[in-house]
Design a protein around this ligand. Structure first.
Ligand code: IPM
Ligand code: MG
Length: 350
């Protein structure tokens, strides 16, 4: 059985996952690694961004680590063959419905944020984004021509009780191991799905998680509070689209999108999908200057959540912090280290 399947993908994906390979070889040489083409790269080679073989390999590995997908080269590919379609297919195919996206201020980077140090120092909250439902997948969806000219586009936002409950459960359980507070974000003031979301989270809380503090917030207010006073949050649970947006805002709080990992989890015992939050960054792809820390920290999350090696995860996290404390910086953090040199800096601390 493969322990870790690497899907380097497109853009800077191969550059940053190469550093994961080096780190894994050092910290956990017993892990079996495998690698497959994914995204635009897979489309070029096999005519599909996600082949059946790759999905089968992903489902039978213990953990999957994806680099990045997409780029201008595939902008005109048919929608169902776009690299992004491969990623959505992988998420649903693996059934990873709960996406954990940390917003974490690394102490040595407290001045790298666009917010004041006193607002973000010590920041540590987690967004739990619903990942396999909502408007990303709801039917019907189409663009049609109107008889009188012009066109009409339809997307559908849809959630069931079961979908809301299972992701909320992940958030409550997570909060129990942290500071014991869950903030649930939706638009119950204007959306039916938001109203159901609020009811289901409230019920589940009363039934099973009364020991955890629960607060409800409207998603637009959440966006404002995240830049005003982000340390008020511990765990924030929200739907697929709001989670996409709020997690980008939260990631930027910490100085660079190049720093943050994510974990997508499904039912217990099924493999997790780990991805750096940054995209394929076509503007710097191939230059060897991408920050590999988000990918390396995604591996850290894989060690913790899928590979039962929390001890190694702790060591790796400390190594990244030490490397940063000693001044290791790629250009996104205002430094001049290459991707490989940043990998070296982490390896040196291990
Ligand atoms: C993300 C990305 C993806 C998403 C894209 C690439 C499909 O923005 O992981 O946040 O919207 O989920
Ligand atoms: Mg996004």
């Amino acid at each position: 059985m493969t322990d870790l399947l690497l899907l380097p993908g497109d853009g800077i994906g191969p550059e940053v996952t190469a550093q994961v390979r080096r780190v894994a070889g050092k910290i956990a040489p017993d892990l079996t690694l495998d690698e497959r083409p994914f995204g635009g790269t897979s489309f070029d080679q096999h005519g599909s961004p996600l082949t059946d073989e790759t999905l089968a390999a992903a489902k039978s590995a213990r953990a999957v680590l994806m680099g990045a997908v997409g780029g201008p080269r595939w902008a005109n590919a048919p929608r169902d063959k776009r690299p992004e379609a491969g990623l959505l297919g992988l998420r649903t195919g693996m059934g990873v419905f709960a996406n954990l996206r940390p917003a974490l201020c690394f102490q040595p980077l407290a001045d790298a944020s666009s917010l004041k140090r006193e607002v973000i120092e010590g920041l540590d909250f987690m967004i739990v984004r619903e990942l396999t439902g909502g408007v990303y997948f709801g039917q019907p969806r189409f663009i049609e021509d109107l008889p009188g000219g012009g066109r009409r586009a339809v997307d559908t936002q849809v959630y069931t009780t079961a979908e809301i409950e299972r992701v909320a459960r992940v958030a409550f359980e997570l909060a129990r191991g942290r500071r014991g507070k869950v903030t649930s974000a939706e638009k119950s003031n204007v959306m039916e799905t938001g109203l159901l979301w609020r009811h289901v989270v409230t019920d589940l809380h009363a039934r099973e998680f009364a020991d955890v503090e629960l607060e409800h917030i409207l998603a637009d207010n959440a966006a404002m509070q995240i830049v005003r006073n982000p340390r008020q949050f511990d765990v924030m649970v929200t739907d697929n689209l709001f989670g996409d947006i709020l997690s980008d805002i939260s990631a930027q709080l910490t100085g660079s999108l190049g720093m943050l990992p994510s974990a997508a989890l499904g039912a217990p015992g099924t493999p997790g999908l780990y991805e750096p939050i940054h995209g394929s960054a076509p503007d710097i792809a191939g230059k060897g200057i991408a920050n590999p820390l988000a990918a390396i920290l995604s591996f850290e999350m894989a060690l913790r959540w899928s590979l039962d090696r929390a001890d190694l995860a702790d060591r790796l996290f400390a190594a990244v912090n030490h490397a940063l404390a000693k001044g290791a910086r790629t250009p996104d953090l205002g430094g001049s280290l290459s991707t490989t040199q940043m990998g070296d800096a982490v390896l040196a601390e291990l």
